[in-house]
Design a protein around this ligand. Structure first.
Ligand code: SF4
Ligand code: SF4
Length: 466
């Protein structure tokens, strides 16, 4: 028998710690239709991104092997990894702002776990195993029952194919579609690393969608736990109008009841197995299934819909929702500032990178009859898809510094990084002791110009003159 949800324990875990599998009923309501449309748009977007080319590269291509990251036409190298700071903090502020305003709208509408589970894998469940009643009956049958073996086996196969497809699309973000194609057509052992990555991704997806399911939201995802800190009485959540619904129960002469007829339809459709009438709960992913279910019941009873609806706790208690609040203004302001700074930072990403270091195990300086020499190690990355000729020169107003072997510069192939030794000379007669200076890397066409600070090391000039 399906357990009755209580606030004190998770519905999916029995008293003895065993897992209880939920078989939520499907409700074709207006919210469900809208969520399905959004889900399919998101899935189409996820599948299309690796196919869309901008400036000759996929719109999103995280080429970890060569340490190139293509994002909507901008190419970034490992040296630009600090930009991730903006992505992570921006994402954080976006989540903070939307949660403060609209509760867990992300979970219900856009989280990949909900999108794939509700709109792909549960569709497969219904296709092979029927509605929630048939699925629950199948759960109770032994595996030796031919009906269960056949239906669940076919469903498992469909899951595997879908997980395999999703894993391949995911892999395409890292190796691109042209890179993925030979890996699909060649024998697995021809690309063992990619095969293992794909097999692990398929296995994890299968485990998650076949067995783990809502447990990811209930016991793994930290966002549900964060909601108590992020929302307040004015955040719009999926809530039950207790004032209108209580006391719940079937109408009977002489017994005053609210609009809730205790049909438990809202519980039957809940993918996390909770009863929304118990108030706001960590397990609620704001999927709106209970809204559709209750609206359907109210429509049939010819009562106004909205007994369960999107509303703030303040509104459910008879007040008016305040959208402009210090926390929403602060989160939104931080988000906007972060977006502006991130846009400027991305626009300033150069199509080359230039780094300096000292080669290990070399003398700090060398002396000859005419000069003092310092050796550096220069790392230059051409992030462009065309070969470029680069030159390195020293900028030192006080002391003349000569960079050796830079008369013809060096040509660096597209998307390539080179490391080369750089010898810098200062004439003895010009040398006045250690000093700071700048090294400039510039491309032949003048499009790229990057500066690096350097320090010239040498002996005490007084000892040099002796
Ligand atoms: S679906 Fe509506 S009427 Fe039925 S139990 Fe839930 S809240 Fe009450
Ligand atoms: S309580 Fe309602 S909105 Fe929350 S998870 Fe359950 S069905 Fe979805």
């Amino acid at each position: 028998m399906k357990p009755t949800p209580i606030r004190e324990s998770v519905t999916t875990i029995g008293h003895d710690g065993t897992r209880r599998f939920l078989q939520p009923a499907l409700i074709f309501g207006s919210w469900w239709r809208a969520r399905r449309a959004v889900a399919w748009l998101l899935i189409a977007f996820f599948a299309a991104l690796p196919w869309i080319e901008i400036d000759g590269f996929p719109a999103v291509f995280l080429d970890v092997e060569h340490r190139h990251f293509h994002l909507l036409g901008t190419m970034m190298g490992l040296g630009d990894i600090w930009l991730l700071f903006f992505v992570i903090t921006g994402w954080g502020f976006l989540i903070y702002a939307t949660t403060a305003l609209l509760g867990r709208i992300w979970c219900g509408w856009a989280c990949p776990q909900t999108v794939y589970l509700e709109h792909v894998f549960r569709v497969v469940d219904r296709l092979f195993e029927g509605d929630h009643v048939s699925r629950a009956k199948l759960d109770d049958q032994p595996w030796s029952a031919p009906n269960k073996m056949l239906r669940r086996g076919a469903r498992a196969f469909a899951y595997l194919v879908l997980c395999w497809a999703v894993a391949h699309i995911f892999l395409a973000y890292f190796i691109s579609i042209p890179g993925l194609y030979p890996m699909i057509t060649d024998a697995p052992l021809a690309h063992p690393a990619a095969f293992v990555a794909m097999a692990i991704a398929t296995g994890l997806l299968f485990f998650n969608f076949w067995w783990f399911r809502e447990q990811l939201c209930l016991i793994v995802c930290p966002y549900g736990r964060l909601q108590s800190a992020l929302i307040d009485d004015d955040s719009v959540i999926v809530g039950y109008d207790e004032k209108r619904g209580e006391p719940h129960g079937k109408a009977a002469p002489g017994i005053p009841t609210g609009d809730c007829v205790d049909c438990r339809r809202c519980v039957q459709v809940c993918p996390t197995g909770i009863d929304i009438r118990h108030g706001l709960q960590m397990e609620c992913i704001a999927c709106t299934a209970c809204v559709d279910a209750c609206d359907d019941v109210m429509t049939k009873l010819k009562r106004p819909t909205g007994l369960v609806r999107y509303a703030s706790l303040r509104e459910l208690n008879g007040g008016k929702t305040r959208f402009l609040r210090p926390r929403t203004v602060l989160y939104a302001a931080l988000l906007v500032i972060g977006l502006i700074v991130a846009s400027i930072a991305v626009l300033r990403v150069q199509p080359a990178a230039f780094k300096l270091s000292r080669p290990p195990q070399t003398e700090l300086y060398a002396l000859s009859e005419a000069s003092v020499a310092n050796v550096f190690r220069a790392k230059i990355q051409n992030k462009d898809e065309i070969p470029r000729r680069f030159f390195i020169s020293a900028e030192s107003p006080a002391t003349k510094v000569t960079v050796l072997n830079q008369s013809v510069g060096m040509v660096i192939a597209p998307l390539t990084e080179i490391t080369l030794p750089l010898t810098l000379l200062v004439d003895r007669q010009d040398y006045r002791g250690e000093f700071n200076f700048m090294l400039r890397l510039r491309s032949e066409d003048g499009e790229i110009s990057l500066l690096q600070k350097a320090h010239f090391i040498g002996p005490d000039p007084r000892t040099l003159k002796q």
